[in-house]
Design a protein around this ligand. Structure first.
Ligand SMILES: Nc1nc2c(c(=O)[nH]1)N[C@@H](CN(C=O)c1ccc(C(=O)N[C@@H](CCC(=O)O)C(=O)O)cc1)CN2
Length: 283
């Protein structure tokens, strides 16, 4: 039986992006500029440590320098902000990433907002969020931008479609809702208090799962022909979507692993390279 179902392969998208990035890094190096991403990991969450390591490895593969700041779990908000300020002031650093989540006692919003807007390559500051809502962010939040990249790479129509976003976090659900709206989708953003979630998801032409609950989205929630994007990153490399079950009715679907994740990391590095260009021009 033939099928025109699309597996939306994030690694293919990330590899495509890397070709352009490699040539931009080479041009920067000819000018004596070494793009540099600083990552900050607070505490000892093993998944966060893995993601930070993956980001460092991806930088190395592309010739981007990375600095890793590791802080103990008992770091205070003030101490964290002091570290961020040092990186803000360091002219050799072009992008700053504070790995989320930080330990509960830290004011994460204050820490994110301490990152200077020029170096907010992860799109986490309040100003970056607001600019994204207006469609004017230099560096939109990486996972939302990765989702849009995947949709565009595979020529999936956004305008006029009903997109249902499940999740409203400041670095994922809310910014991706704004991006889809800015591309003329009709957007419904669902969350833990949404009544009749299943019925709303069934109306969606594009489903974005960003809820942080393993295998949460079931096959019989999916309208035949809908596009399913799994932005979940739960323990054990499990997404938010029951892939096997949702594969059947969908017309296109991202796997986990190998879907949104690799494009998120490629987007972060792309932003760092772009920031190196901009900051060197303004130096
Ligand atoms: N400051 C931020 N914190 C967090 C973000 C973020 O964008 N900014 N996103 C998530 C986690 N995350 C990046 O930090 C992330 C998670 C997973 C992947 C990924 O590529 N996963 C692989 C599978 C993992 C593996 O191979 O070991 C995949 O999906 O193929 C990338 C980024 C929370 N925190």
């Amino acid at each position: 039986m033939s099928t025109d179902k699309l597996i939306l392969n994030g690694q293919t998208v990330a590899d495509f992006m890397k070709e352009d990035m490699a040539s931009k890094v080479a041009i920067l190096k000819e000018k004596g500029i070494q793009p540099c991403l600083a990552t900050i990991l607070v505490g000892d969450d093993p998944s966060s440590a893995t993601y930070v390591r993956m980001k460092g490895n991806a930088c190395a593969r592309l010739g981007v320098h990375s600095i890793k700041v590791v802080l103990s779990a008992d770091t205070s908000t003030d101490e964290l902000i002091q570290e961020i300020n040092k990186l803000n002031e360091d002219p050799s650093v072009h992008g700053i990433l504070l790995q989320h989540p930080v330990p509960n006692h830290i004011d994460e919003r204050a820490a994110f907002d301490a990152i200077s807007i020029e170096k907010d390559v992860d799109g986490v500051t309040t100003l970056g969020f607001a600019l994204n809502a207006f469609g004017e962010a230099e560096f939109p939040s990486c996972t939302p931008q990765a989702i849009m990249r995947i949709l565009d790479f595979y020529n999936i129509q956004i305008e006029g479609k009903h997109a249902v976003v499940i999740g409203r976090s400041p670095i994922l659900g809310k910014p991706v809702s704004a991006m889809l709206l800015n591309r003329n989708a009709t957007v419904t953003t669902c969350h833990s208090k949404t009544v009749n979630l299943e019925e709303i998801v069934k109306l969606g032409d594009i489903i974005i799962a960003a809820v942080g609950k393993p295998l949460f989205v079931k096959g019989d929630w999916i309208k035949p022909g809908a596009v399913v994007i799994d932005a979940g990153y739960n323990k054990g490399n499990v997404g938010d979507v029951d892939y096997e079950a949702c594969f059947v009715p969908s017309s296109a679907i991202t796997p986990v692993p190998g879907g949104v994740g690799p494009v998120t990391i490629a987007t972060l590095i792309e932003h760092t390279i772009k920031s190196a260009y901009k900051l060197s021009e303004n130096a």
